[in-house]
Design a protein around this ligand. Structure first.
Ligand code: ASP
Ligand code: CP
Length: 311
């Protein structure tokens, strides 16, 4: 398998064959999971530690499930009751876990670059589970797998990423992945929530949903990340929904079979209408969650090959 990296810290810089290799392996894990079979020998004797300094439902549980389905010993470090509260630094915390012969360290942190720093200091393979506003690589991989399974390809598709792009590590990872794989990427949102460097990344920028959604194949909605906003960047949730919330009226501007995606957690009635989010034909939000387990199995499998002690 072609993946020459020891860690998974970001999508930026990955080559298309490396992305395809991870997606192909993840595809085999989708089929395995659906068949009810397991591969518990693969990571037997390996230790995976989840270290989440920010809240998570999907990412943390799916890494736990992925590790267990492959037979790893999985530990979830409870950051809120750890010695971090006694002033222990991120690096000392990681060095402590490293000394316990941890093989895979999954890290979520509110500081962009924290997983990169750890990767320089520990022997374990480090996986970025979301760092600040920087990247969330496994989210982009699971989004790509969802699209590829539904549309058979990524190349040539028009993907509109809508909402709070400024604070979204999901958007950044998706932009890098989709552009590398030949999709056409648009970002759509109010000027206050679109990063200044967006156009330089190679995406088209729209401030009006009517233009941004026109003939899109994929509509990817993002949550307003209030926890990262230092000042009010949107007038009110109600007004935001009127202009930028996805309802069936706005969705009708996209291709008739356009798929609706959302990384979760959703704020219903703010960036997305419940009826659209729950539409069984157009919305693939639950499928994204399913793909998350398969993608994380593929990533754990791939990175543990590099550090398997008995290989
Ligand atoms: N769950 C995703 C993240 O952690 C998206 C979000 O929180 O809105 O980046
Ligand atoms: N999509 C995502 O990362 O969800 P969580 O924040 O719940 O992990």
């Amino acid at each position: 398998m072609h993946f020459p990296h020891r860690h998974l810290l970001q999508i930026e810089g990955l080559h298309p064959p490396e992305i395809s290799a991870l997606l192909d392996l993840a595809e085999s894990y989708v089929l395995l999971n659906r068949s009810g079979k397991t591969q518990r020998d693969l990571l037997r004797g390996r230790t995976l530690i989840n270290m989440f300094f920010e809240d998570s439902t999907r990412t943390r549980t799916s890494f736990e499930l992925a590790g267990k389905r492959l037979g790893a010993d999985v530990l979830n470090m409870a950051v809120s009751t750890s010695s971090v509260n006694k002033g222990e630094t991120l690096l000392d915390t990681a060095a402590t876990l490293n000394a316990m012969q941890c093989d895979l360290l999954v890290v979520r942190h509110d500081q962009s670059g924290a997983p990169h720093l750890l990767a320089q200091k520990v022997d374990a393979a480090v996986i970025n589970a979301g760092d600040g506003t920087h990247e969330h690589p496994t989210q982009a991989l699971l989004d790509a797998l969802t699209i590829r399974r539904r549309r058979g390809r990524l190349e040539g598709l028009v993907v509109a990423i809508c909402g709070d792009v400024l604070h979204s590590r999901v958007a950044r990872s998706n932009i890098h992945l989709l552009l590398a794989m030949g999709s056409r990427v648009r970002v759509v949102g109010p000027p206050t929530l679109i990063p200044a460097e967006a156009a330089a990344l190679g995406v088209e920028v729209f401030h009006d949903m009517r233009d941004g959604l026109k003939d899109a194949d994929i509509v990817m909605m993002l949550r307003l990340q209030q926890e990262r906003m230092r000042r009010g960047l949107v007038p009110s949730s109600r007004e935001y929904f009127r202009f930028y919330g996805l309802d069936f009226e706005k969705l009708s501007l996209a291709k008739p079979d356009a798929l609706v995606m959302h990384p979760g957690p959703m704020n219903r009635g703010v960036e997305i209408d419940s009826a659209v989010a729950d539409d069984p034909v157009r919305s693939v939000i639950k499928e994204q969650v399913e793909m998350g387990v398969a993608v994380r199995m593929a990533v754990l499998d791939t990175l543990s090959r590099k550090t398997r002690r008995n290989d």
